[in-house]
Design a protein around this ligand. Structure first.
Ligand SMILES: [Zn+2]
Ligand SMILES: [Zn+2]
Length: 273
């Protein structure tokens, strides 16, 4: 049995909430990639955007978000078209995918690391959705010129490819969802967040049955006045960054270098409409 994520679209009328709760029943995934190097490859792209360059850049940025935190695992793009990659990425029409076929609410899914499966790390995007750089609205006529005239005011919703790619890569590296924190990329529903969440600067304490983020000084003050201050288990408050570092160690990259890498990926990159 393969384990995989299905990133759902949040909605009051969410048709199949069980997808998300099923996922949360899995403890932190038991396998990770061996230390060293793995590769990814975009096998098929989305027709929403002409050419492959945009998708490759966005996916590169998503890998950079994780890569700049991990010490013991390097993930590189497999550029040789004939060579295989561990993480195979595809955009597919939902009718041609056995998982997406009956699940219209699923944006994308990914397979966890698994030493016995060639599917491990693979990521599939549902190409029935419109993908874009920022998840904004796009004119309907641009995507469906057959049914909408150039003068139609109808807009379609698009989805932020970088956010969804970052989330799915998290699964492909071994992380399950974090249902406790909406600011985490690994929160179970679509949010558009692209930066990994790091919460270690804040410490949670129980004060009179209430959870509070307190500085060391605040804790000292409470205690001085005889108030009981109990630290909340740190395990419950691991976020994207700490979780990936539990698997692959902590990398200390100067933020300036990360910015240089980011700009290198973005160079010459304009947001397609
Ligand atoms: Zn997910
Ligand atoms: Zn978080």
């Amino acid at each position: 049995m393969e384990a995989f994520c299905r990133l759902g679209i949040p909605s009051i009328n969410y048709a199949e909430p069980s997808y998300i709760s099923n996922m949360n029943e899995i403890d932190e995934w038991k396998h990770k990639w061996n230390e060293g190097k793995i590769t990814w490859k975009l096998e098929s792209d989305t027709p929403d955007i002409e050419g492959k360059k945009f998708e490759v850049r966005i996916i590169n940025l998503a890998f950079l978000a994780w890569g700049k935190e991990m010490k013991n695992l390097k993930v590189r793009q497999q550029k040789r078209s004939t060579a295989d990659a561990e993480l195979k990425i595809n955009f597919v029409a939902k009718e041609s995918d056995s998982y997406l076929k009956d699940k219209p609410n699923v944006l994308a899914y990914a397979y966890f690391p698994n030493p016995r499966s060639s599917l491990a790390g693979d990521i599939t995007f549902n190409d029935d959705y419109i993908w874009s750089a920022n998840g904004g609205s796009v004119p309907a006529w641009k995507h469906d010129p057959e049914h909408y005239s150039r003068y139609s005011k109808t807009m379609f919703k698009s989805y932020d490819l970088q956010h969804v790619a970052t989330h799915e890569i998290g699964h492909a590296l071994g992380l399950k969802h974090n249902p406790h924190c909406r600011e985490c990329v690994m929160y179970p529903t679509y949010s558009g967040i692209k930066n990994l969440h790091n919460h270690k600067a804040e410490r949670k304490y129980l004060v009179h049955g209430q959870e509070l983020d307190l500085t060391d000084e605040a804790v000292a003050t409470y205690r001085k006045y005889g108030v009981e201050v109990t630290p909340v288990s740190i395990e419950d408050y691991l976020h994207d960054v700490e979780r990936i570092q539990q698997f692959y160690g902590k990398r200390n990259l100067p933020s300036r270098l990360v910015e240089i890498l980011r700009n290198k990926i973005r160079r010459g990159y304009t947001i397609p409409e």
